[in-house]
Design a protein around this ligand. Structure first.
Ligand SMILES: Cc1ncc(COP(=O)(O)O)c(C=O)c1O
Length: 391
């Protein structure tokens, strides 16, 4: 079906300056991976979020695979993850042997809280994954205290929340390990794929280059001739006296150059999205059918524009918007325990009533940054008409 306004997987357009940055990097990068642009991007990312150790990777799923490896799970270890999230917030941890324990969300904020997490902690809990879903930063100061109290590793999935902060501190700087996404749909995208891993401990940071790139490292001795015994060394990254298998999760130089450039426009794009979101929800408030999460601060970047339909007519609203107005709304994120994938792994049960209540009534509006004002006004007007019709 051809929609007048589709749920686009392309988050934003590029400015001429950003395009010029890509072309310049194409002409000047040498090599095309792991060179000066990567270094500059990682430094700029550290400065932007306020971290000490950031690593560019080929996507956020790769960053989550690294995060899961760094947890060094032992048999029986548990990891607490919200079931209301994208699949790669979870499966890398199962892949590395952890038992997934699903945590519920808060109905209003749609993210985990210290209470929903605390309920799921057992003596076997090794790690907690907090997902700042839809672009809203969870209550990290309280969650950091909880994790510290129980000596649990804290991982932030900031794939959707780049640029948001809690009490002036950016998401991705609270956790022991944090990940960001530069995927096509995200707040900024490095031509479709990309991600960043942030780690806190200097000892962990020191092994990431090996873990990210095939175990490549310098020889541990002075070489008399630079070509002997070979061009480079290969070894296992080691953490806590255990070896880890290496991977190849690098991000190319052109993407890194673009990522660095886009950081300059991120705050502006987040602000523009938030202002639009607030205008949308304030205009629709009179109808009472949609419950949005209204946050007028940089704690929310409105990566996505979602609401809970409280009159039980979610599917009729989506149907009318789609077939009468040509607007493609969707429902996200299917509670992960409902997928055959997680059921086959034995993680099909979740005691998460608010997740079920929210998901079964949620609507996600198309909300790409490049939507024209004209289309945005059309979507708002159409939603008003449909809500009036169905009231
Ligand atoms: C919450 C969340 N975590 C992780 C990811 C994975 O990101 P990527 O596509 O960069 O691997 C996504 C992407 O959709 C996401 O929304």
């Amino acid at each position: 079906m051809d929609f007048r306004i589709k749920f686009s997987g392309k988050a934003h357009d590029y400015t001429q300056e950003e395009i010029d940055t890509v072309v310049y990097a194409m002409k000047t990068a040498e090599p095309y991976t792991q060179g000066a642009y990567q270094k500059a991007f990682e430094q700029k990312f550290c400065d932007y979020v306020g971290a000490n150790h950031a690593f560019a990777v080929n996507n956020a799923t790769a960053a989550l695979e690294l995060a899961a490896q760094l947890c060094q799970f032992q048999l029986g270890d548990e990891v607490i993850i919200p079931s209301h999230t994208f699949t790669s917030s979870a499966y890398p941890f199962a892949k590395k042997g952890a038992k997934i324990i699903w945590a519920d969300i808060d109905l209003q904020t749609r993210v985990v809280t210290v209470d929903t997490l605390a309920k799921k902690i057992t003596p076997k809990t090794r790690a907690i994954v907090v997902v700042h879903l839809y672009g809203y930063a969870a209550d990290m100061p309280a969650i950091v205290n909880l994790a510290k109290q129980h000596n649990i590793l804290l991982i932030e999935d900031a794939a959707q929340s780049m640029g948001t902060s809690v009490d002036g501190k950016k998401t991705g700087t609270f956790g022991d390990i944090s990940i960001f996404s530069l995927h096509s749909h995200k707040n900024i995208t490095t031509l479709g794929e990309g991600g960043v891993l942030v780690v806190k401990a200097p000892g962990v940071a020191s092994i990431i280059p090996l873990l990210r790139h095939n175990g490549h490292c310098p020889f541990p001795f002075e070489r008399e001739n630079y070509w002997l015994p070979a061009m480079g060394n290969v070894d296992f990254p080691e953490l806590n006296e255990q070896i880890l298998w290496p991977n190849n999760y690098c991000l190319g130089e052109v993407e890194c150059a673009l990522g660095a450039k886009l950081l300059e426009r991120l705050d502006q794009m987040n602000r523009e999205k938030r202002n639009r979101a607030l205008y949308f929800m304030d205009t629709l408030r009179q109808y009472g059918a949609l419950e949005f999460h209204r946050v007028d601060s940089d704690r929310h970047n409105y990566h996505l524009l979602v609401a809970r339909v409280i009159n039980g007519r979610r599917d009729e609203i989506i149907k009318s918007l789609a077939y009468e107005k040509g607007i493609q709304c969707v429902v996200q994120y299917y509670p992960l325990n409902r997928y055959p994938f997680y059921q086959k792994l034995g993680f099909g049960e979740a005691d998460c009533p608010y997740t079920d209540l929210f998901f079964d009534n949620m609507i996600s509006f198309p909300f790409h940054h490049w939507m024209s004002n004209h289309d945005f006004e059309y979507m708002l007007q159409s939603t008003q008409e449909v809500l009036e019709q169905l009231s």
